[in-house]
Each structure stands twice: as C-alpha cells, then as structure tokens.
Write a protein that binds this ligand. Structure first.
Ligand SMILES: [Zn+2]
Length: 296
C-alpha cells in the first residue's frame, strides 16, 4: 500500500506531480491501495484552500485515491499516544535547549539534557535518543543507505517547543495507521528517512520500504518547488496531458508521443508498462513542457 502526502502550501507543481504519479504507479502496479494524506501539521505554513485545490488537481489527472483523505491536523491524539509510548520506553527526554543553543554547539545536539534537566532549566521540547551506530536500510531506487544520526544532528526533536509534534513522528504514526507498506516520494526526502526508520524501530514496528524518486530541478539546477517559483500544473487540456506526459517521462513510463491520449489513457498505459528499473537515476534531461525540468 502506498500514499501521496502533500503539504497544503500551494498548488501542485511538476515536482509534486512526479511524486504523486510515482507513488501511484508503484502502488497500483503491485495491485495495492493508494492513499492521500494532507500534511497540514504546521498551521503557519498552511494556505487556506490549498488542500482542496491539490485534491481537485489529483482528480483532474485521474489519480483517484482509496479511502478517506487523512488530515494530520485531526490526528493529535494519535501523536500524543505515540509520544507517551516512546517516553515510557525511555526513548525520549525533555530538553530545555533552544535552537541557538544547538547552533552554538555546531548544529549537533550536544546531549545537554540527555541525563536530566540541569538545575533551574525548564523543558521546551522532547527529543528522541539516537543510536551511535548508523541506521541502515535499502532504498528501492537509491540502494543501500546508512544514516549516521548521531553525527547528523544527534538526538532530535519529536515534540516541538511551539507545540506541534515534529514532522518525522507524525509521518511514522500516520503511515502506520493507514497501513502504508511502501513510501515512494521525492528524493529530497531521502536524507530525512534515517530518522523515520529509527522511529519505527523505537516504536517496535517494522518500517515500510522506501523509494526515493529523482529530484525534479529547474533548468538552472534548483529543486522545483513553490519557493523556486514552479508553475501550478494545468488542470485542463491540452496542458494537462502535456504535463502528465512530462511527469511520466521523468519516471521512465511515458509513451513515446503524447498523441491524443487523455490523462486517464496515459495513466493506464503507464501502469501497464511500469518498470521501476526504467526510472532515470541521474543526469537525464527531458523534453521541455511548461515549467520544464531536468532530473538531477
Ligand atoms: Zn537540551
């Protein structure tokens, strides 16, 4: 079972469409279910109406999901229960340190509160203890990975000083609740995966398999994102069909020519011939659709 989990910070762009289509093809080609979750955990970043716009875009591209859409903003109780479980098992500790304290220590949490708060200090956040040895897993597309959490930031925050549960814990709790067995998403999230695998292990759970897709970049080499000014994907013909063809090309799953195929026909054809081994890994350059891209 797979999923697509956009943050509702604006309309979907080509990079997010590639993640949506990639996760859809992986799940459906294996005969599995495909879910959609709205990652609206961080209220200041949420743009009103963006989630509905994103869901309408998925529908317009024929990307129909199973079950109800899950909203992270409605999952607070589940996150609290997971935090209590981690605390009871001794995996977490209260921390009084600020971001500037950690920055002053060179960006790696120095373990100040690991063995209890120093006298006179008040807890701001909750951190998870990380192992000394690297966290290893094998990515479906990127191969064997070893993430050294101890040197890459050290013990990390699972409950933020400003209130919300931290993103890695929310993702793990939600993927588990939905029953996700395979996470396929943009390659920019590969570096964050070691923390999520470690959280699964702390919770006594088997992690899903992970597959990280090529990062879609602008011609100038910047990651395609709302921040880099990526255009919203068009929702009507012929732009929609051209954009889907571009996304499928980035996934090695496009028919040679767009022709007159509708979005639904393109998706069905891509599903029939989907082969993860054809997903380009580096340096591929694709024909230029609106808002065009290369793969890095
Ligand atoms: Zn601390």
């Amino acid at each position: 079972m797979g999923r697509f989990a956009p943050s509702p910070t604006g309309p979907l762009h080509l990079g997010s469409l590639v993640a949506a289509v990639g996760s859809y093809l992986f799940a459906r080609a294996a005969g599995g279910r495909w879910h959609v979750r709205v990652d609206d955990l961080d209220p200041p970043r949420v743009v009103a109406g963006a989630a509905d716009t994103q869901l309408a875009a998925l529908e317009a591209y024929g990307l129909h999901w199973d079950g109800e859409v899950v909203y992270q903003s409605e999952r607070t109780e589940a996150y609290r229960a997971a935090l209590e479980g981690l605390a009871a098992a001794g995996h977490t500790f209260p921390c009084a340190c600020s971001r500037s304290d950690v920055a002053a220590a060179g960006g790696r949490y120095p373990g100040t509160c690991r063995n209890g708060l120093l006298p006179g200090r008040t807890a701001r956040s909750v951190r998870l203890r990380v192992p000394v040895e690297p966290v290893c897993f094998t990515d479906l597309l990127c191969g064997p990975q070893g993430h050294d959490l101890d040197t890459e930031g050290g013990d990390f925050v699972v409950l933020r000083a400003d209130g919300p549960v931290a993103y890695p814990l929310a993702v793990v709790v939600d993927d588990r609740a939905i029953g996700v067995t395979q996470v396929v998403r943009g390659g920019d999230l590969l570096a964050a995966t070691g923390r999520q695998v470690w959280l699964y292990r702390c919770l006594g759970l088997e992690p899903p398999t992970y597959g990280h897709l090529p990062v879609v970049a602008t011609a100038a080499g910047a990651k395609l994102s709302k921040g880099s000014g990526a255009a919203p994907i068009p929702l009507t013909s012929p732009g929609r069909e051209q954009t889907l063809h571009a996304a499928l090309t980035l996934l090695g799953a496009a028919e040679p020519a767009v022709g007159a195929a509708t979005a639904a026909e393109q998706l069905a054809a891509a599903l029939a011939r989907f082969d993860p081994g054809r997903i380009p890994t580096s340096g591929a350059r694709v024909p230029t659709p609106p808002g065009a891209a290369t793969v890095e």
